[in-house]
Ligand binder design. Structure first.
Ligand code: HEC
Ligand code: HEC
Length: 392
């Protein structure tokens, strides 16, 4: 892996060097040279091509990242790395010092966790159930685990909890430490976290080294690493150990048994492994989201703009150009809607009033300040203003 990267890097440096020489020193390596427009058939990017080597141009800009790196951010400090490097392996490597008893965990759980996870972690509040779910037995007295439920599909699946599902107990410690309580993660001390882990394991009836976890039981790193959760070997294929890769291969080799015989396929596809004519078995999606309300839209375009016919063109122009001054009389303009104000000024006659609107008058700028309005548009607007300021 390292060798491969190394080779790539060497090749990249050589390329960078040659392009630097070619285009005249450090101030102008190829990546900073502008592309040029070209009608050459290979040109993409809106017809731009880029200089490469020996007078050759290509359609692609030189990718600096292959030689210079991506140049995002900075190197993390040693402290930052230490703060993130907090995983704990199943064998206990990485677990911090500390200890906590089941009893201490019980108290902490009641005050900080039970509101969501239920009394004793039994769930019921809509948040994950942390305990139980693994105690039911079939009629032969066999505890129902996820594994034997799959082999006997008739059985109801157990609830997935730490006792029925989780493979490794050290994950419980790191999960609680890093993610819980939900609203204030990383607020628990190592001792508190050991105590809570102990409490939850005890509620799941876990036995460590043959010892039952009573209230007085004190959990620490060493003991936590010894925990074997009930479903540890319930996953298949078993990827652990030297047999791991062979197990995975065997699992996928027998797809029909382990994954199902259905082949994913679009419409009209033929099963290539058969005679080429037989329809492949199409996997049906169990729950298609068809009943969404309101239904999904398939139209890709924006809806066409619908003109609001209830507002005349003159009124729209008035709103855009004149209303700011004419809505009230505060700025000394005759307010639109004021019958008295417009009766008083209309004694001049329409033509004079229109002339003043076009050419300006006192605080009234020519055309209301919008030179782009045509004389006939101003006429229409003035007509609208007068009409809106009359007895009807
Ligand atoms: C405000 C509600 C809330 C509180 C309080 C809370 N949790 Fe959780 N807990 C959650 C939610 C939500 C999840 C699921 C998070 C997810 O799946 O992303 C969760 C998940 C978990 C899980 C993983 C369960 C699983 O099977 O995946 C554990 C373990 C856990 N919480 C322990 C605790 C402990 C211990 C405390 C008290 C220190 C605590 N939680 C307090 C809401 C809460
Ligand atoms: C910057 C504020 C302002 C804007 C914008 C404005 N007006 Fe005026 N308008 C005035 C004022 C102030 C007066 C009163 C002038 C006076 O009596 O001296 C006035 C008066 C008028 C009059 C009456 C003229 C007269 O003879 O008494 C008309 C008609 C008029 N404006 C039309 C318009 C139109 C049409 C627009 C938009 C295209 C518009 N105004 C935009 C401030 C404005």
């Amino acid at each position: 892996m390292f060798k491969l990267d190394h080779k790539l890097m060497v090749a990249g440096v050589a390329l960078a060097l040659s392009s630097t020489l070619l285009f005249g020193g450090s101030s102008a390596d190829s990546s900073t040279l502008p592309g040029k427009y070209s009608s050459q058939p290979g040109a993409i990017d809106g017809g731009v091509i880029y200089p490469r080597k020996d007078g050759v141009h290509t359609a692609y800009r030189y990718n600096e990242q292959s030689t210079k790196g991506v140049n995002f951010g900075r190197l993390p400090t040693a402290n930052e790395i230490a703060a993130w490097d907090v995983d704990a392996l199943p064998d206990g490597t990485g677990l911090p010092e500390g200890e906590g008893s089941v009893e201490e965990g019980d108290e902490l759980f009641e005050t900080q966790c039970a509101s969501c996870h239920g009394d004793f972690g039994g769930g019921g509040n809509g948040y994950p159930q942390l305990t139980g779910g693994n105690q039911s037995k079939d009629e032969n007295g066999v505890i129902i685990t996820l594994k034997n439920q799959r082999l006997q599909p008739g059985m109801a699946a157990p609830t997935r909890t730490i006792g029925t599902y989780w493979p490794k107990a050290t994950t419980l410690f790191t999960y609680i430490r890093d993610a819980m309580p939900y609203a204030t993660p990383k607020s628990l001390s190592a001792n508190d976290t050991y105590a809570l882990t102990a409490y939850i394991l005890a509620q799941n009836q876990i036995v460590i080294d043959g010892e039952k976890m009573t209230d007085e039981y004190v959990l620490n790193a060493e003991k936590l690493a010894k925990v074997v959760l009930p479903n540890n070997n319930g996953f298949y294929p078993n990827i652990d150990g030297p047999e791991g890769p062979a197990n995975v291969k065997a699992f996928f080799a027998d797809r029909a048994k382990n994954i199902g015989s259905g082949t994913r396929c679009m419409t009209n596809c033929k099963d290539p492994g058969m005679d080429g004519k037989t329809e492949a078995t199409v996997m049906k999606i169990g729950y298609e989201m068809k009943d969404v309300v309101p239904p999904y839209a398939y139209a890709r375009d924006l809806p066409p703009e619908v003109e609001d016919k209830s507002v005349s063109k003159a009124e729209k122009l008035y709103n855009a150009n004149c209303k700011v001054c004419h809505a009230t009389d505060m700025l000394g303009a005759p307010a639109v809607g004021s019958i008295a104000a417009w009766d008083a000024l209309m004694v001049k006659g329409f033509d004079k009033v229109l002339y003043n609107a076009v050419n300006g008058m006192g605080g009234m700028p020519p055309k209301g300040g919008n030179e782009d309005l045509t004389p006939s548009e101003v006429r229409d607007i003035v007509g609208f203003m007068i009409n809106s300021s009359k007895k009807h």
